[in-house]
Design a protein around this ligand. Structure first.
Ligand code: ARG
Length: 471
C-alpha cells in the first residue's frame, strides 16, 4: 500500500477497502497526461518563485525520466500505488530526493485528476476526429466514382424510388460530417484548464493559472474552482457524441450486412474483412459489421452510466467521479477501433453495380415518375396516383415491370399516355430528372461533391495550421 496520506490515521486501511478505493489499475492509462500536467505545474511554481529554479529543474528532469522509462517499458506502473498520481510522486521522490516532495505544492489530486482526464479526453478527441476525417475521405472517394451507379432507394425497407450509390453514401457523409463537427464543438467548450482549482477552493499560493493553461494548450483557466473539480460535462458530451457516431456506424453496418447477404448481393465484403464458420464450409460472414453494430450498445451504456453517476453528486469533488474513467476509456477505445475497422472494410468492399442497377429496375421504383408523367399532361395528381396504382396491379399479375407493359394496357387506364412514357420512366430519366438541391440527379450530385471536397480541403487546412495544438 503506497498512498499519499495517513498522518491523521491511527489504523491501517483495511486491504479490501484499499483495493476498492484504488484506481491505479485504470488511471495508469493517462500517465503521459499526468506527467505533462505536473511539468507545467512545476514550471509555473518556479516562475512564481514558489519553488526555486534549481528545484524545478531537478523535478522536471525526474519527471522526464519517469515518462521516458514508462514509455520504454523499463519502469512498470505497479499496483502497490493507490493511483497514478501517487506512483509518479513516489518514484520522483525516490529518484530526485527531497525536491520531489515539493511537486504537490499548491495542488490537490482533485484538480490534478480533473486536468489529467481533460487532457486525455482532448487528446483522444483529436485522434477520433482524425479517424472520422479519414472515414469521410473514404466515403467521398466512393461517391465520386458512383454518381451514375443506379440503385433502389428504400423506405420501410421496400423499394421506393431510384437513387444512386453516390447519393445513398452522401447521406452517411452528412452524418459523419455532423459527428466531426460535434467533436470540434465539444473541444472548444471544454478547453479551459482546471489546474490551480486546488481541492475545491483555489489556493493561497500566488499561482499563475493563465500561464499553466497556456503551457498545456488551453484557451485559459476555468472560472470557478468548485466547478473545475466537479465538472464532467465534457465526458458526457463526448460520450453522447460517440453514441451518435456509433448509431451512424451501426446503421451503415446494418445496411452493409443486408447488402452483403445472398438475397441482395449489392456488395461483397473483402475476404480480409470477413470470417468463416467452423461447421459450414460455404460461409463468409460479415462479423466486423456485426461487431460494430453490437458494440454500439456498449458505448450507449457508458453514456447512461456517467449520466447516472453524476446526477446525485453534491458540490464539489466526490469519489463517485472516479467512476468516469473505465467507461470513458473503454468507450474511446471502442469508438476509435470501430471507425478504423469500418473504414478499412468500406475501402476494400466491392460494389456489384449491375446487381444494384437491376434491382432498381424492379419493384416499381418508377411508379411515381409514371404518375408525374400524367400530371405534366394535366391529370390531377390524385387521379394519376390511382391510374398508376391500377397499372402496377396489372404488372404484378403478369409478373412484368412498368417498362414492359404494352401501350394498349396504358391506354386502357388513360388516353393521355403516349409512346414517350417509356422514355419518361426509364431508370436513367428517373434519376437524371431529380435535380433539386440535395437530390440524386448526377449533375446535382457532382455539385454537392465539389462542396464536400471544399469542406475536406478546409478541414485539412485547419489541421495543417495546427488548429488543435496541445502544447
Ligand atoms: N482517483 C481519483 C479519481 O479518479 C483521484 C482524485 C482523488 N481525490 C481524492 N480526494 N481522493 O477521481
Amino acid at each position: 500500500m503506497a498512498q499519499l496520506w495517513g498522518g491523521r490515521f491511527t489504523k491501517k486501511t483495511d486491504e479490501l477497502v484499499y483495493n476498492f478505493n484504488a484506481s491505479i489499475t485504470f488511471d495508469r492509462k493517462f500517465y503521459e497526461q499526468d506527467i505533462r500536467g505536473s511539468r507545467a505545474h512545476v514550471s509555473m511554481l518556479a516562475k512564481q518563485g514558489i519553488l526555486t529554479r534549481e528545484e524545478a529543474a531537478v523535478i522536471d528532469e525526474g519527471l522526464a525520466s519517469i515518462l521516458r522509462d514508462v514509455r520504454e517499458g523499463t519502469l512498470a506502473i505497479t499496483e502497490e500505488y493507490e493511483d497514478i498520481h501517487s506512483f509518479v510522486e513516489a518514484v520522483l521522490t525516490e529518484r530526485v530526493g527531497e525536491a520531489g516532495k515539493k511537486l504537490h505544492t499548491g495542488r490537490s489530486r482533485n484538480d490534478q485528476v480533473a486536468l489529467d482526464m481533460k487532457l486525455y479526453v482532448r487528446d483522444e478527441l483529436d485522434e477520433t476526429r482524425e479517424l472520422l476525417v479519414r472515414l469521410l475521405d473514404a466515403v467521398l472517394t466512393i461517391m465520386k466514382e458512383n454518381t451514375h451507379t443506379f440503385m433502389p432507394g428504400f423506405t420501410h425497407l421496400q423499394k421506393a424510388q431510384p437513387v444512386t450509390l453516390a447519393h445513398h453514401l452522401g447521406a452517411y457523409f452528412e452524418m459523419f460530417r455532423r459527428d466531426t463537427e460535434r467533436l470540434t464543438d465539444i473541444r472548444r467548450r471544454m478547453n479551459l484548464c482546471p489546474l490551480g482549482a486546488g481541492a475545491l477552493a483555489g489556493t493561497t499560493y500566488p499561482l499563475d493559472r493563465a500561464y499553466t493553461a497556456e503551457l498545456l494548450g488551453f484557451d485559459g483557466p476555468t472560472r470557478n474552482s468548485m466547478d473545475s473539480v466537479s465538472d464532467r460535462d465534457y465526458v458526457i458530451e463526448l460520450l453522447s457524441a460517440f453514441s451518435t457516431v456509433m448509431m451512424h456506424l451501426s446503421r451503415f453496418s446494418e445496411e452493409i450486412i443486408l447488402w452483403n447477404s445472398n438475397e441482395y448481393r449489392f456488395v461483397e465484403i473483402d475476404d480480409s474483412y470477413s470470417t468463416g464458420s467452423s461447421i459450414m464450409p460455404q460461409k463468409k460472414n460479415p462479423d466486423i459489421a456485426e461487431l460494430v453494430r453490437g458494440k454500439t450498445g456498449r458505448v450507449y451504456g457508458a453514456l447512461m452510466s456517467i449520466l447516472t453517476t453524476m446526477k446525485g453528486i453534491p458540490l464539489a469533488y466526490n469519489k463517485d467521479m472516479q467512476e468516469d474513467k473505465e467507461l470513458t476509456f473503454d468507450a474511446i477505445d471502442t469508438v476509435k477501433g470501430c471507425i478504423a475497422l469500418f473504414t478499412g472494410m468500406l475501402c476494400s468492399m466491392r460494389f456489384n453495380k449491375e446487381i444494384m442497377e437491376r434491382s432498381a429496375c424492379r419493384g416499381f421504383t418508377n411508379a411515381t415518375d409514371a404518375a408525374d408523367y400524367l400530371v405534366n399532361r394535366g391529370v390531377p395528381f390524385r387521379d394519376a396516383h390511382g391510374i398508376v396504382g391500377r397499372l402496377v396491379l396489372t404488372c404484378i399479375d403478369r409478373g412484368i415491370s412498368l417498362d414492359e407493359l404494352p401501350m394498349e394496357e396504358y391506354k386502357k387506364e388513360s388516353e393521355v399516355f403516349g409512346e414517350d412514357i417509356y422514355e419518361a420512366i426509364s431508370l436513367k430519366t428517373c434519376v437524371e430528372k431529380r435535380m433539386t438541391y440535395g437530390a440524386p440527379g448526377p449533375e446535382m450530385m457532382e455539385r454537392v461533391i465539389r462542396e464536400y471536397e471544399d469542406y475536406m480541403r478546409q478541414n485539412r487546412k485547419t489541421a495543417a495550421e495546427g488548429g488543435h495544438e496541445n502544447e
